[in-house]
Design a protein around this ligand. Structure first.
Ligand code: ADP
Ligand code: MG
Length: 635
């Protein structure tokens, strides 16, 4: 208050418009948030076609038109009232809510900060229909006849015209539209069975027909996220109990510098959840180049009453009743599908993958579709060779110094052992060159020779294979070490000669107390030595050289936040990875054809062998068509 007054002003009830404007502060941040709310309503109305029209980035107009159930005349005034919804009735309904909306606030909030007009018709007769607007401080509604086909159109004009402070925060038309488009993209990725249109200033930006087949869904993804995304992604589908995960995960070699192309849907609702993000990051840890971000479009479905969607006004976050279970499920599903990244017969040569799909579309399981709004596609692997070669060659120059450096690092005792093993591996029993039966040839074919001591050239059914021999061998040795470690002794432990004492927060101490078992299983012994002191008594033997404080703190933080920690495993794997690197065949080592073939066969058997331990590709295919194009044969 600007003036000094002796008494507080009297308490009074805010007029409805002001109350709604205050509420709008939470959900109506910019045109994109309005777009999101209107689209959610259209989806909840069971629409099959949704059209979005934007003018001037949404500052002048945001219009969403649908062919859903519509709103009857007598309900129209309520649609714009606060705390009025048709979606839930009771607290029980809220707990198992499956609609996107339920707060009954969006239309009231939006219409308090814009000129909102809603026209709807709940009947099949297109001559019927009503228009409603809310006016004045009291937001009294006025309903007048307005013909409209069955469904609803909501037009929001001049957003924030009466709240100048908010309007000032609007950015350029281009920026605002980019946000609107992103909101649209998320929704269009959530329901393939709906046909979508997005226009900006009367120009069509996206036109997406309803999709009932895997190839149509992949076309939609390609038009929303780019061909590159879908060409370098594989489809996955996993189920465990009532949990189901499906969608597309980018191959690790197709990572991005920003965490932008990451879409995660929980029961059809797009969320940005830290638990989910953590599980995904852990799953990619072993195969992703440092500092890069994976791309994915994933759909998790689970029983609506084990997830609380009412934790955030814009519902971008959710809370899982059993976060640990969800974390484990996500981690293991993704970890498994990424482990499968190795050369196999399912590989599609480059041309097939990059040409537009012409094959007959698979019949759709429409009922399941509409229920879950997600794609049913066969699992597929892709190695579009030409593109990979180009990117790889470009990237190689930049990465080469690192490559050399790891080769030149002096070996430790431990890595000597690995090195012997490794060399043994490539000296395995000779593999005969095939007779002229290409069909029975293995995926990576047979070695032709070595290029500058760095690459193996091989011939398979499709054409030429190029293998980075050091990178490939490094992965093989690493995976073998991990398997051996897991199989033989689990985690050896070693008491610290002098226990390390740590100043800890109350929260950290509480985590130690509640997660005793989980911590012990990791080979770590932690004692509570006081209300703010922890004592590290023992660590896994392999981590004897680790910084106990950093390890323990990160472990406890993960345990507290996600109920799971991969810190111990991550550090052991890091160590193995370094050892594997030292133990792998070096560049410039001359291999015999038998040794090269043995390496190719090892790659085919080894999980994750498409990438080296640092996430770089280990091999690529140049098929005959790509080579023919290179030499302009048959043109
Ligand atoms: P909520 O979605 O949380 O219920 P809203 O303020 O977004 O709250 O919408 C209020 C009500 O108006 C909804 O519950 C629904 O009954 C009705 N409604 C809004 N948009 C539409 C639409 N496009 N089609 C049919 N009904 C709608
Ligand atoms: Mg709503």
């Amino acid at each position: 208050m600007s003036e000094t007054t002796s008494a507080m002003p009297r308490i009074h009830v805010l007029d409805p418009r002001l109350a709604n404007q205050i509420a709008a502060g939470e959900v109506v941040e910019r045109p994109a948030s309005v777009t999101k709310e209107l689209i959610e309503n259209a989806i909840d109305a069971g629409s099959q076609r949704i059209e979005v029209d934007i003018e001037a980035g949404g500052a002048r107009l945001i219009k969403v038109r649908d062919d859903g159930v519509g709103i009857g005349e007598q309900d129209l005034p309520l649609a714009l009232a606060r705390h009025a919804t048709s979606k839930i009735d009771s607290l029980e309904d809220l707990e198992g809510v499956s609609s996107l909306g339920f707060r009954g606030e969006a239309l009231a909030s939006i219409s308090s900060v814009s000129r909102l007009e809603l026209i709807s018709n709940a009947a099949d007769d297109p001559r019927q229909g009503w228009r409603v607007v809310a006016e004045g401080r009291g937001m009294e509604t006025r309903v007048t006849p307005a013909p409209h086909p069955r469904g609803t159109s909501v037009a929001v004009r001049d957003l924030f015209f009466n709240t100048p402070a908010r309007r000032k925060f609007l950015r350029t038309e281009k920026t605002e539209f980019a946000h609107v488009e992103e909101a649209f993209r998320r929704q269009a990725l959530s329901r393939y069975d709906i046909a979508w249109t997005l226009r900006h200033n009367q120009k069509v930006v996206h036109q997406l027909p309803a999709s009932h087949s895997s190839s149509a869904s992949e076309r939609r993804i390609a038009s929303l996220l780019g061909n590159n995304f879908i060409e370098h992604a594989r489809y996955i589908e996993r189920e465990a109990g009532a949990l189901r995960l499906s969608g597309w995960v980018g191959l690790p070699t197709h990572s991005r510098a920003q965490a932008d192309q990451q879409y995660f849907f929980v029961n059809g609702r797009v969320v940005r959840d830290r638990l989910v993000a953590h599980a995904v990051r852990q799953a990619y840890r072993d195969v992703l180049y440092n500092g890069r971000h994976p791309v994915f479009v994933l759909y998790l479905t689970l029983d609506p009453d084990v997830v609380d969607v009412n934790v955030h006004p814009t519902k971008h976050e959710v809370r899982f009743r059993d976060g640990r279970m969800v974390h484990d499920f996500l981690y293991s599903s993704l970890h498994h599908s990424l482990a499968d990244a190795r050369p196999n017969d399912g590989d599609t040569p480059e041309v097939a993958a990059s040409e537009p799909a012409t094959a007959e579309e698979a019949p759709a399981d429409t009922a399941r579709w509409q229920q879950q709004g997600m794609a049913l596609a066969p699992s597929s692997d892709r190695h579009p060779g030409g593109e990979r070669v180009r990117r790889f060659m470009q990237g190689y120059q930049a990465l080469h110094p690192d490559h050399e450096e790891t080769l030149l690092t002096p070996q430790t005792g431990a890595s000597h052992k690995a090195s012997d093993e490794a060399h043994g591996a490539v000296r395995e029993a000779p593999v005969a060159m095939p007779e002229a039966d290409p069909a029975s040839a293995p995926p990576l074919g047979f070695a032709l020779g070595q290029l500058h001591g760095v690459y193996i050239l091989a011939q398979n059914v499709h054409g030429l294979i190029l293998v980075d021999m050091h990178a490939a061998h490094e992965r093989i040795v690493y995976e073998r070490m991990k398997t051996q470690l897991a199989a033989t002794r689990g985690i050896d432990t070693q008491p610290l000669l002098v226990p390390v004492s740590l100043a800890a927060s109350h929260a950290e101490v509480a985590t130690v107390e509640s997660e005793r078992d989980a911590i012990a299983k990791l080979g770590v012994e932690l004692d509570v030595a006081g209300p703010e002191t922890l004592l590290v008594r023992q660590l896994p033997a392999m981590l004897a050289q680790a910084d106990p404080e950093a390890l323990v703190r990160e472990m406890l933080e993960e345990l507290a936040r996600f109920g799971r920690t991969h810190q111990v495993e991550a550090r052991i794997h890091e160590l193995l990875s370094t050892m594997a690197c030292h133990g792998s065949v070096r560049a410039n080592r001359r291999l015999t054809l038998d040794e090269m073939n043995a390496l190719l066969r090892d790659m085919e058997r080894t999980e994750r062998s498409d990438q080296c331990n640092h996430g770089r590709p280990t091999w690529t295919q140049m098929d005959m068509n790509a080579l023919d194009r290179l030499f302009m044969r048959g043109k």
